[in-house]
Design a protein around this ligand. Structure first.
Ligand code: URA
Length: 210
């Protein structure tokens, strides 16, 4: 397995992903499955969060127990499909700050073009987890992380539902310091930059816009 890549191959994740892949899965079910998988991906991506001891009292006895240390998380959704992952992750970390970055893929060049950027101002002090369901060409993810590093982010992770070897290579050529967490690594991209076999257009399937 490539360094800095975690494939979450838990049977529940793989089962839900297969249901998402099926072209006849209805929009509401697709959205619910993405929500559920995202919570499980969040669990993996937050495994190394620092903790510190706190003195507390249970109904039975005083004790020392761990709580999250320091500044917490900032989740960054790459609009619009990132919002599907964001919501599932927020179930697990409801106190996380949330940033949004709007990037669309130019259909001809497949390059990322920015149209929206809104972040909390202390990005540099937070663990930043960037989310987008599909790490395909990698261009959008690279552009988002470039922008976040320019904005002060230092400690980043990237969470996606699916990726392909060429997307991982492009992303890690640009950002070898940013670990990727995904539910699957598919075969390849087709001529339109879609992941094969993939799930189709994540945004369209999530929001029923086709
Ligand atoms: N974006 C999508 O929504 N699907 C893909 O397969 C690739 C990029």
């Amino acid at each position: 397995m490539t360094q800095n890549l975690t494939v979450v191959d838990h049977p529940l994740v793989q089962h839900k992903l297969t249901l998402m892949r099926e072209k006849d899965t209805p929009t509401a079910v697709f959205r619910q499955l993405l929500h559920e998988i995202s919570t499980l991906l969040a669990y993996e991506a937050t495994k190394d969060l620092a903790t510190e001891p706190r003195n507390i009292e249970t109904p039975v006895a005083p004790t020392e127990a761990p709580v999250l240390a320091g500044k917490k998380l900032c989740l960054v959704s790459i609009l619009r499909a990132g919002n599907g992952i964001l919501e599932g992750m927020l179930d697990l970390v409801p106190l996380a700050r949330v940033g949004h970055i709007g990037l669309y893929r130019d259909p001809t060049t497949l390059n990322a073009v920015e149209y929206y950027y809104k972040m909390p101002d202390d990005l540099g002090a937070r663990q930043v987890i960037v989310v987008d369901p599909m790490l395909a060409t990698g261009n959008t993810a690279v552009a988002a992380v470039n922008r976040l590093k320019d904005g002060g982010a230092r400690n980043l992770k990237f969470v996606c539902l699916l990726t392909v070897p060429e997307g991982i290579a492009t992303f890690h050529d640009a950002h070898p310091d940013v670990p990727i967490f995904t539910a699957g690594v598919d075969e390849r991209l087709n001529d339109h930059g879609y992941i094969v076999p993939g799930i189709g257009d994540a945004g369209d399937r999530m929001f029923g816009t086709k």
